[in-house]
Design a protein around this ligand. Structure first.
Ligand code: MN3
Length: 208
């Protein structure tokens, strides 16, 4: 029995085009994300790893004594969690809520100055991540918003920051290479058209 469940796409794999085309979504969700999920479940089962949630598992990696198992759980558990957040917060351009409102917007204004400045900050982090990784928008333990980047499949849980991510940008080449080749900046600019801030508002309410 699978302990961790890969999130299902909220829309058809072709519905995110032209920002992200069907082949990229199918490969990314159906192959990459599925493999992280299957590998994580296998690792947890074979090594009898106890945890109450993926957040608990990633926040307490030092409970795993074997270094190679710990590294594999960090990478595959992070890959599982990060892609669940990524795919959950994406929606086709004509369905996505294109900007936040209410308390989330107030918190964005407070932390970054404006929504446009938040997007510029996330873009700078996404472009500044050398090699593979992620940019995250997270809620701190004090209830403030913060934007950060992480290498590989790390995230605020495995980095023990205490922050809870509510939105993210995948900057692994598998996320954009078929559609944008080496042009990471063009991918990030376009991705903002399909981030559903209605979902991010909900994630904020859950995380704060
Ligand atoms: Mn990815």
């Amino acid at each position: 029995m699978a302990k961790f469940e890969q999130i299902k796409l909220n829309y058809g794999a072709g519905d995110y085009a032209p920002v992200i085309n069907q082949e990229t979504i199918e490969t990314h969700h159906g192959k990459h994300h599925k493999t992280y999920t299957d590998t994580l479940n296998k690792l947890v089962e074979e090594n009898n790893i106890e945890c109450s949630s993926i957040e608990d598992l990633l926040s307490n990696l030092d409970r795993i004594g074997d270094e190679s198992v710990r590294t594999a759980v960090r990478n595959n558990g992070g890959g599982f969690y990060n892609h669940n957040l990524y795919f959950e917060t994406l929606a086709p351009k004509d369905k996505a809520k294109h900007s936040p409102e209410g308390e989330l917007l107030s918190k964005i204004d407070e932390a970054f100055g404006s929504f446009d400045e938040l997007k510029a900050k996330l873009k700078a982090l996404a472009l500044g991540q050398f090699g593979s990784g992620w940019a995250f928008l997270s809620v701190t333990p004090e209830g403030k918003l913060v934007a950060t980047k992480s290498p590989n499949q790390d995230n605020p849980f495995s980095e023990k920051s205490g922050n809870k991510p509510i939105a993210c940008i995948d900057v692994w080449e598998h996320a954009y290479y078929l559609d944008y080749k080496n042009l990471r900046a063009a991918y990030v600019d376009a991705l903002f058209d399909i981030i559903d801030w209605g979902v991010v508002e909900r994630k904020y309410e859950e995380a704060k």
